[in-house]
Design a protein around this ligand. Structure first.
Ligand code: FAD
Length: 392
């Protein structure tokens, strides 16, 4: 019998194991991950790891010896195929069944598929794992043509790396501006200009309708009847949570595995953490599913504390970052639904911020190359907007 079976050996799964041991948990801990690598960090996959500035060893979250010393059993390359809630058992793809006292689901997300003809052609890639970078990297070479479908964080980060390495880069975005889901029009404009200045073509308001092969070369076709020949096609249109296991087990799932403020699912001894969860935020008065390192780490800590019997409430101020060229965007809070967005500082200096309010409350702050402003903002979210007097 396993004390705590952790399903998914990513950022949240690893953190849950670390926090259990740090909190004095003495039972057995087993971490099941379907990737071949020990837990690693994903943010550099679209940044310094993709550009080759850092190697795979720098992605590792803990060295091998950490797992041995802390008596954490790693089952790598092992997918959990089913979860039996009433029997408290999991079955892995090698046909083995493991009973557990507690389980933590930390299954993360996978790239959203683009439902158009040709999306499944060989060489049409997505980016979530080291294996994905291994597929992408050989084509990242000077003079090649990259077409990136999706102007979100990952699409723009890859565009920045590819442009810096001398590729011809086009980003196609269905919405009328990049980063539409997460920032205000002023910030979208800033990023569109930042890329355009370096020669990236940003085509917003255009939808990819088909990917085809023409005499062996790939071509991206859009609703504007434009054809873009491409050596690399990256689909970066968001992510969907890996909830099938939980759903099949009868756990409550609603755009993520539903957990309470203690990271507990609808089953008494099963917890969940990270990108795959949906939880009620008192701060924003709605259910959130966050995709960030902050959320994976902090919610996993809460899941571990709950198992240790010292439950704490999870009601975070979410924060995110994105690195593109020499620009660091940091976001504190969530800006959607804002009724006021104040530009502070001058975007032309590459050091400024946008402060978002709703009903007089500070709900989010985006900063560019202003780490101090970001740290102040993280402490001020949820407080009166008028009290946040930060300027770059
Ligand atoms: P993951 O790290 O995805 O781990 C889940 C693991 O579970 C995966 O290995 C998955 O294969 C495995 N798994 C799923 N189902 C099963 C199963 N049935 N059996 C066994 N294993 C299973 N966040 C930021 O805050 N800042 C950034 O700059 C940033 N950049 C990013 C760049 C990229 C390219 C990507 C992909 C993500 C980025 N993120 C960033 C998001 C961040 O990496 C995630 O929020 C974080 O990894 C979530 O951790 P997690 O443990 O929930 O999921």
């Amino acid at each position: 019998m396993i004390g705590v079976a952790i399903i998914g050996a990513g950022q949240a799964g690893l953190q849950a194991a670390v926090s259990l041991r740090q909190g004095g948990y003495s039972g057995s801990i087993a971490l099941f991950g379907d990737e071949p690598q020990a837990p690693y960090q994903r943010p550099p996959l679209s940044k310094k790891f993709l550009s080759g500035e850092i190697g795979a060893e720098r992605l590792e979250l803990r060295p091998q010896q950490f797992f041995t010393e802390n008596n954490i059993t790693l089952h790598l390359g092992t997918s959990v195929a089913s979860l039996d809630v009433s029997a408290s058992e999991i079955t892995t793809n090698d046909g083995k069944t493991h009973a557990f006292e507690h389980a933590i689901l930390a299954t993360g997300t996978r790239p959203r598929a683009l439902n158009i003809p040709g999306a499944d052609l060989e060489g049409v890639l997505t980016l979530r794992s080291i294996a994905d970078v291994d597929r992408l990297r050989p084509s990242i070479a000077e003079g090649k043509k990259a077409v990136i479908v999706g102007g979100g964080y990952i699409g723009l980060e890859v565009a920045a790396v590819a442009k810096s390495l001398g590729l011809d880069v086009t980003v196609i975005e269905t919405f009328d501006r990049v980063l539409q889901r997460v920032v205000s029009p002023d910030m979208s404009d800033f990023f569109a200009k930042t890329h355009a200045l370096r020669g990236v073509k940003i085509n917003a308001g255009e939808a990819v309708t088909r990917i085809s092969l023409n005499h062996g070369s790939r071509v991206v076709e859009t609703n504007l009847n434009t054809e873009y020949p491409a050596d690399i096609i990256l689909i970066a249109v968001g992510a969907v949570p890996n909830t099938e296991l939980a759903e099949a087990a009868g756990l409550e799932v609603k755009n993520g595995i539903v957990v309470d403020e203690n990271a507990k699912t609808s089953a008494e001894n099963i917890f969940a953490a990270g990108d795959c969860t949906s939880f009620y935020s008192r701060l924003y008065d709605r259910h959130l599913r966050l995709e960030s390192v902050q959320n994976a780490i902090d919610q996993a800590k809460i899941a571990a504390l709950s198992i240790l019997g010292t439950a704490e409430t999870y009601d975070p101020v979410p924060w995110f970052w994105s690195d593109q060229y020499d620009i660091k965007l940091q976001i504190a809070g969530l800006s959607d639904g804002y009724d006021q967005a104040d530009l502070r500082g001058d975007p032309d200096t590459n050091a400024f911020g946008i402060v978002y309010g709703k009903d007089g409350t500070l709900i989010a702050v985006d900063t560019v190359n202003q780490p101090r402003g970001h740290m102040l903002a993280r402490r001020a979210i949820g407080k009166p907007l008028a009290d946040f007097d930060w300027h770059p």
